[in-house]
Design a protein around this ligand. Structure first.
Ligand code: ZN
Length: 254
């Protein structure tokens, strides 16, 4: 969908990438996401991005996983959901996404995307963690009140009544900012909302999203994702690095 307010500002271009495996093989996941997790994420963005925006979807099964060079060139922010098929993502596409992030494309990595090739490549660590599927309560506490990513969230935390648990230690480099910290009924804690910069690109890792719970229908989860997209977009006038030889110094060298 394209929304245009007629203001003349170029619309924000978002691409939602999903491996689209569980929804096609597990009826309980299909019941929650009949058109795929990507379609639900897109609907949330279309509802909440209050500016001209184009939100497209791409899935693993598309040629080049839907991430041809032209698509990435036009993408301001890419969302990534993967779990069962990380290994099926081609290294060439990973390379291409990484280059675009370094050039300034925003990247939002969701839930089990922590194990994706692209996230591990950008982090430089294994990005592994502890987990348990017991349908327990999660509270995501806001640790950076006032941050753009938590704008419009009422109260001090978000409650998800049933989730998969992710626990520390989460093997990531020290985040630039910790925005949300999860507590689980079983006692574990987890860094659930983390920002990073790589080159000119902004990256947000956001934990919620296990496929057997209706997490991406939750209004506050949708709000955080929409806020993160706005936060991660390249800003006009972003510095563009250009390598060059400087034979003549500013100061005279003796
Ligand atoms: Zn999961």
């Amino acid at each position: 969908m394209t929304r245009n307010s007629g203001s003349g500002v170029a619309p924000l271009q978002v691409t939602v990438w999903n491996e689209f495996v569980h929804e096609r093989s597990q009826p309980e996941v299909q019941a929650i996401y009949p058109d795929g997790i990507h379609a639900t994420l897109r609907a949330g963005l279309e509802e909440l991005l209050d500016e001209p925006a184009t939100v497209r979807c791409a899935v693993l099964q598309d040629p080049e996983h839907g991430l041809a060079s032209e698509v990435l060139r036009e993408t301001d922010v890419l969302l990534w959901w993967g779990h069962a098929a990380h290994d099926q993502v081609s290294d060439e596409v990973v390379e291409r996404v990484q280059r675009r992030v370094l050039e300034g494309m925003g990247l939002i990595v969701l839930h089990s995307g922590h194990g994706s090739k692209i996230f591990r490549r950008l982090m430089g660590t294994e990005c592994m963690l502890r987990w348990r599927e017991a349908g327990e309560l999660e509270r995501l506490w806001i640790t950076a009140p006032g941050h753009e990513i938590v704008q419009g969230i009422e109260g001090d935390c978000i409650e998800l009544p049933q989730t998969e648990m992710y626990g520390e230690h989460f093997d990531i480099p020290e985040p630039d900012e910790l925005i949300l910290l999860s507590w689980f009924a079983g006692g574990e804690v987890f860094r659930s909302g983390c920002t990073f910069r790589r080159g000119q690109g902004k990256i947000f890792y956001f934990r919620p999203g296990h496929e057997t719970y209706p997490i991406y229908h939750h209004p506050q989860v949708r709000r955080i994702i929409a806020n993160a997209v706005r936060w991660a977009r390249p800003k006009p006038g972003n510095y563009q690095f250009e390598a060059r030889h400087i034979p003549n110094p500013l100061e005279r060298l003796e």
